[in-house]
Design a protein around this ligand. Structure first.
Ligand SMILES: [Ca+2]
Ligand SMILES: [Ca+2]
Ligand SMILES: [Ca+2]
Ligand SMILES: [Ca+2]
Length: 357
């Protein structure tokens, strides 16, 4: 009997040991990692950088960049490290050099470990909010050539693009037009479905979504216009019975109480954003944390910005003109630095559902 208990205790002990085996804390300090942190071509000083490994049971290593924008970690265990930067910076505004923008910059990635004992690398930080994801990739707003005589601009559309490696879901997302700054929403329409949780309307990686003002073949009105009858979505205010409704194309509907208009889009100047839809309390403005992407455009270079620089530091569209058939598209699919001055270019024709050459 005693022997039996002894054996079962031993088994229990071995089980305990194998279950609670800890990762090693002893190591030979063999690795030195020297990192520079850069944003928009300038090295950043006084920026905290942290290294985390899961190979050893050691605390995260954290240090701050010096006056040359460099941080050195020495005597590290040989391991895989994830490096993280998340810091507020103050940098010159791209639209007015007398102003400074305060923004959050981020970087996160694994350090490449090779055969060398010393690793030197430059971390290219990006503006928070410019990470891969669902982007407003194209804005066609100006109306077609020869549309001016009848003020025809119902062929307006937006194109979204998923630049991430994951499927994203449109369920419950909102489109907003901003009048002036984030607390002043002037149009708000919503995709069907439940915000954040819904999985009805997937957008696979590397795919485009066309959201038309009206999903109609606009060439029947203005021959120089475009066919949007195969758009993926259309804005349709169910309180506006005159608003065209293509039965084959699903609708985003208006959320604004008392609004009987279609989604408003300025021809040559506006701010458009998409947000996750968890905040639809538009009279109080939309919570900045819920914004997925935001683009400001204006046709003239001396335009004064209408949205917070945390969302878009610049603006695209200088040179757009009404009824020109021109469109505004990111320079590459989903290319986003949260500075539309650099991220967008004017293209001669709209490209719904694909990227210009
Ligand atoms: Ca419509
Ligand atoms: Ca429809
Ligand atoms: Ca953006
Ligand atoms: Ca396009």
């Amino acid at each position: 009997m005693v022997k039996k208990i002894y054996i079962s205790s031993l088994i229990l002990f071995l089980f305990y040991v194998s279950c609670f085996k800890e990762k090693p804390t002893q190591y030979d300090g063999a690795l030195s990692i020297k990192l520079f942190v850069e944003f928009e071509g300038k090295l950043l000083t006084s920026i905290p950088v942290s290294l985390k490994t899961y190979d050893y049971n050691v605390a995260t290593f954290t240090d701050t960049t010096d006056s040359s924008g460099m941080v050195i970690f020495e005597d590290l265990p040989w391991a895989y490290y994830r490096v993280n930067v998340k810091s507020e910076v103050i940098v010159p505004s791209p639209v007015d050099t007398t102003l400074m923008d305060t923004l959050l910059v981020i970087y996160t990635d694994y350090i490449e470990i090779g055969n060398e004992n010393t690793i030197i690398d430059t971390l290219h930080a990006i503006a928070s909010g410019a990470e891969p994801g669902l982007k407003i990739n194209e804005l066609y707003t100006v109306g077609p050539v020869n549309g001016g005589s009848i003020h025809y601009f119902s062929d307006q559309f937006f194109e979204l693009y998923n630049s991430s490696d994951d499927t994203v879901y449109l369920d419950g997302m909102i489109f907003c037009r901003i009048y002036h700054m984030l607390d002043w929403i002037s149009s708000i329409f919503q995709f069907p479905g439940e915000p954040l949780m819904g999985r009805e309307y997937p957008v696979p990686p590397d795919s485009f979504v066309v959201v038309a003002l009206d999903a109609y073949d606009h060439r029947t009105v203005i021959p120089e216009s475009i066919d949007l009858s195969n758009a993926d979505w259309e804005f349709r205010n169910s309180m506006d019975y005159a608003d065209f409704d293509n039965p084959d194309v699903p609708n985003l509907d208006n959320l604004e109480v008392g609004c009987h208009l279609d989604f408003g889009i300025g021809l040559t100047m506006d701010v458009i954003l998409i947000a996750d839809g968890s905040d639809t309390d538009y009279p109080g403005g939309i919570d900045i944390e819920t914004v997925i992407d935001c683009v400001e455009y204006a046709s003239f270079a001396h335009h004064i910005k209408d949205i917070e620089p945390e969302l878009d530091r610049g603006f695209g569209g200088v040179g757009l003109s009404k009824y020109s058939g021109l469109s505004l598209e990111r320079i590459a699919p989903g290319f986003d630095t949260n500075n539309s001055t650099l991220d967008f270019e004017i293209i001669p024709h709209p490209t719904p559902g694909y990227q210009h050459e």
